[in-house]
Write a new protein. Structure first.
Length: 238
């Protein structure tokens, strides 16, 4: 088995794209350095090497954002913790931007069971099935851990981009990400092969409980409370 990524796909990819969609290619096959530009093509190249080395049957799993307790990248966790603090939340638009996640525990259990299959295959480890938006994600967090009175204020992506915000400062935000279309993969094949993600709100709750027990310092460059307050004030005054 090789764990790849939906980043292996060429863009654009239409909503509900399948495992047979075209993959990215390296401009220079000798490139080994992993950057934002080479990550996807290198994943696709690794898939080909894995198939050649392993032979048949080979299993290829392409996840989207892997989330849940103990996530040292804290992309999903950032939003869970922010919603749990309550108040007015800066929600980066567009509201309808596609998003998919997979709980690491569900993916781990399923991939281990997949190894018992007599045949190989390619599968998307993603959930939920599209359409599912960033607004849906934040609303699920709000329903599970948001204190009474918590509100989401949706801010125009161009307004945020002009102020230097990126997917590093606002994790999971894909407004200016060339791969944003890859967050709408079809999980039907994986579901048919036994992938059964737990309810999203359960992942939200358990991620928050773990964050309380094992707090991690925020990665450098993340949105701070001061930046959020200042940006919201500017948004309201525009």
């Amino acid at each position: 088995m090789y764990i790849s990524s939906v980043s292996a796909y060429a863009v654009p990819a239409g909503p509900g794209f399948g495992e047979d969609s075209p993959l990215q290619e390296l401009d220079d096959p000798a490139v080994e350095e992993v950057t934002d530009e080479t990550y996807g093509p290198l994943k696709a190249a690794c898939e080909r090497v894995a198939a050649q080395r392993f032979g048949a049957p080979t299993l290829i799993v392409r996840p989207t954002y892997v989330v849940g307790p103990h996530d040292h990248l804290s992309r999903f966790t950032f939003w869970v913790e922010r919603v749990a603090r309550g108040g007015e939340i800066l929600a980066p638009g567009p509201r309808d931007a596609a998003i998919q996640v997979i709980d690491a525990r569900d993916m781990a259990d399923w991939t281990i069971r997949l190894l018992g299959r007599p045949t190989g295959g390619v599968f998307h480890a993603v959930s939920p099935a599209p359409p599912f938006s960033f607004a849906d994600l934040l609303e699920a967090m709000l329903a599970e851990v948001g204190p009474p009175g918590t509100t989401l204020t949706w801010v125009d992506p161009d307004f945020l981009g002009e102020r230097g915000f990126t997917g590093e400062s606002l994790p999971l935000w894909s407004a200016f990400n060339a791969e944003k279309d890859l967050n709408a993969a079809d999980p039907a094949a994986a579901f048919a092969a036994g992938l059964a993600p737990r309810p999203l709100r359960q992942t939200v709750r358990e991620t928050y409980e773990d964050a309380l027990l094992h707090p991690l310092p925020p990665p450098a460059g993340r949105l701070t409370a001061e930046q959020e307050s200042r940006t919201l004030a500017e948004w309201h005054q525009r």
